[in-house]
Design a protein around this ligand. Sequence first.
Ligand SMILES: [Zn+2]
Length: 205
Amino acid sequence: MGKARNIKNFFVFSAGSEGVGGGIIIKGNMYIGNNYLAGEIGHIRIDPASQEVCHCGGRGCFENIISYDKIISRAKELYMESGSSEKSDSLTISNIFNDSNNGNIAAMKVMEEFAELYAVGISNGCMMIDPELIIITGEIADAGDFFIEKLRGKISDISLNNMKKNYDIQYTSFNKNGSILGGAIHSINYYFDNCFLIFKKGILH
Ligand SMILES: [Zn+2]
């Protein structure tokens, strides 16, 4: 469905105020993992020096490094430096997204800095599965053209040559419904796969 129609191997990266997650689709099927934890990209460690404890118990987790609080806090510093301190007090993530797409230097700088951090985590995840497509979803999918262009560039800078030549990075086309649609498809597939097995077992025995 959507951007992944007819694509068999892809990675879905989700980020927003509720955290970071990932979905791995290999040969058209979701890869779940031994403990249903495959794709927990938010808890890969990308800053060994960080002392901040994540809710998972780890330190330096990707999810904490790129959190919205961190983006807003850094944006406030840069807005202050650029002289727009009036706005920085009530700054929201939507303001920063909009400003970065409208040429605000401070907003562009913060989104570029965070695109670099996002790129580290996403490319680490992709190195494991070598996908055809990376789909960006969650609230970060509202960040707009400036962010995704920077993200493409930063991921390309640190990816293996053959990998970056052959994959694409796109925002989801499903807004907030993507997870529900994906969950529904997974349930329907699971139901019919198991019905078929029960039916086959019944015939054989
Ligand atoms: Zn964690």
